[in-house]
Design a protein around this ligand. Structure first.
Ligand code: SF4
Length: 348
């Protein structure tokens, strides 16, 4: 399988995309980019990387950052726990590892937000350690190359691919090998209509030979999503709007939202929303149906005991908080920011 490795790394040396974290030497750009690339496409991550890197160009400045500053720079990218984990990891690296990323897998895995994939990516790209990365792009290339029929939704399949790669990853430039595979999957061996004609593996690829590229990789249908129904309760007084911060674990950890009332059915939601539009937001395992009501009497608010904290927030403070997307849609609908500014202007 030396051929596999040399074909893709040679292809990569000519075809690699110019990405900003590839322009700067050292582990810090790789570290920062890998947090951004969790659950985010390269193209979407680039402007965020540039902004964060410009503001925090090294681990010391990042470790000394305020969480609110990181969250502000992260706004719009979603999955804000990544931003919090990035900051916590930077602080641990700064104080516990003398400002150096720990170059061993065991220590790397102790950092917040770093699992097998991110550790392998950083250690191989920045420290030349032969740990293979297995993401969706890599899975697709290998499954097609080998015409393996297994379901890529299964953990066992991922393990099989990792073992295959572990045997062939070159000790010299393992980072290029990993990046080459990810890049090949992202730009050539795409889920639909792979561009086999441009692929360095086309002479050896079994899926291409057997005309199996449309059926491999096999992915079983996802389990049905859970449905949830929620009513957001909007309460405002002279100090601002009542917002609450969700628990640090579970769905949307530590995100801010309007206090919620959980309901049992769509029918109940429609009834309590009183003609207000029902909105829908989909997460990986949950379809959320929700709407909102304006509360005038605080005794009508739902129980707040499950929240980490609550706060009355004016416009500026509200904009600084990491509010999850579903409730940002409510703000858009209500044009709350405009209303609140107008109220403040009147008051002044
Ligand atoms: S030859 Fe086609 S199917 Fe095979 S790895 Fe390359 S792009 Fe994918």
């Amino acid at each position: 399988m030396d051929t596999f490795a040399s074909l893709i790394t040679e292809w990569f040396s000519v075809n690699k995309r110019p990405l900003p974290w590839r322009d700067v030497a050292g582990w810090y750009p790789v570290f920062l980019s890998e947090y951004l690339l969790q659950q985010t496409q390269v193209r979407q991550a680039i402007p965020y990387y540039l902004n964060i890197f410009a503001r925090f160009p090294d681990i010391s400045t990042l470790a000394a950052a305020d969480e609110a500053d990181i969250i502000r720079l992260w706004r719009g990218l979603g999955y804000y726990n990544r931003a919090r984990n990035l900051l916590k990891a930077a602080q641990i690296i700064e104080s516990g590892f003398n400002g150096q990323f720990p170059p061993y897998l065991k220590e790397a895995l102790t950092l917040p937000g770093i699992g097998d994939y991110t550790a392998a990516a950083i250690l191989s790209i920045a420290f030349n350690q032969p740990y293979p990365v297995v993401d969706g792009n890599v899975l697709r290339v290998v499954m097609r190359f080998m015409t393996w029929p297994e379901d890529i939704r299964q953990g066992q399949t991922k393990l099989k691919v990792r073992r295959f790669l572990q045997d062939i990853i070159p000790v010299e430039k393992p980072g290029d090998f990993n990046e080459a595979l990810m890049e090949l999957g992202a730009t050539v061996c795409k889920p639909k209509n792979p561009s086999c004609i441009r692929c360095p593996l086309s002479g050896l690829c079994l899926a291409k030979k057997q005309d199996q590229t449309t059926v491999i990789p096999f992915k079983s249908p996802p389990p049905p999503k859970q449905k949830r129904f929620q009513l957001a309760c909007i309460y405002r007084n002279s100090k601002g709007w009542l917002l609450a911060q969700r628990p640090a674990t579970g769905l949307l950890p530590a995100m801010w939202e309007f206090p919620l009332r959980e309901l049992g059915s769509l029918h109940e939601l429609e009834h309590l929303a009183g003609g207000q539009r029902i909105l829908k937001h989909s997460y990986s395992h949950i379809d959320l149906y929700y709407s909102y009501i304006i509360i005038h009497d605080p005794s009508d608010l739902p129980e707040l005991k499950n929240y980490q904290q609550t706060a009355m927030l004016g416009t500026e403070e509200l904009l600084d908080k990491a509010i999850h997307k579903a409730h940002l849609k409510i703000i858009e609908q209500l044009d709350l920011i405009y209303c609140f500014s107008a109220a403040e202007n009147t008051k002044n």
